[in-house]
Structure formats: C-alpha cells, structure tokens
Unconditional design. Structure first.
Length: 114
C-alpha cells in the first residue's frame, strides 16, 4: 500500500500539531503549579539527549538539546527532568543539593558546597 505525497504531508503536519499541542498544554499545567525547592540527590544521568524545538523571542527557531536527569527526593520519591545542556554538563552522579521545579518543569539544581 502506497500513500500519496499529500497524505504523507498531512500525516506529518498532524504529528507536529499534536506534539505542539502537548507541549503548550504541559506548559500551561506547569505554570499553575507552585515552584517547589526540595533536597535531592542525582541518581541517574541519561547521556542520550533529545532536541526541543522552540521559537526564540526574536522570531527564530532554535534547537535546544535536553538531557534526562533522575533525582531522588528527600521523601525517597524519584523524579526525572529534562535538563538543558549547561546544567547537565556540571551535574554529576550522587551530587546532593536543592532541586527547584514547577510541576514537570526543571528550574535549577544548586549543589551542596563541600
């Protein structure tokens, strides 16, 4: 079974539209949640990254690499976040500190001073 070029374009645009809708919905949900700062420890760092495409403030389209970092919170619950490249590069396994997040949105991780 072959699909036409027009159908392939429609399928592609549908997938892009669904991904964009999910992104903006998640962003809206996170904005309604409080910012939380909690003691945490880095327990897993995934070196595989995914690119997040976003529209820059000056109208351009940017590709921002994101890395998955899993934290163990003080209450023993584990949460993973998609972290931007600068934070990923200096966070090491077993680092302890204060994780700040808003829903599923990573805000910062301040390491304990040794």
């Amino acid at each position: 079974m072959q699909i036409s070029e027009e159908m392939a374009i429609l399928i592609f645009l549908g997938i892009v539209a669904c991904a964009a809708a999910h992104h903006f919905l998640q962003k809206a949900i996170n904005k309604r949640k409080p910012k939380v700062a909690v003691e945490a420890k880095v327990v897993k760092i995934d070196d595989k990254y995914s690119g997040v495409i976003y529209f820059g403030s000056r109208g351009g389209i940017n590709l921002s690499p994101r890395y998955k970092v899993t934290f163990k919170l003080k209450n023993s619950k584990k949460k993973f976040f998609s972290c931007p490249s600068p934070e990923y590069e200096w966070v090491k396994l077993k680092d302890k500190g204060i994780l700040t997040h808003q829903g599923t949105r990573f805000i910062s991780f301040e390491k304990e001073k040794s």
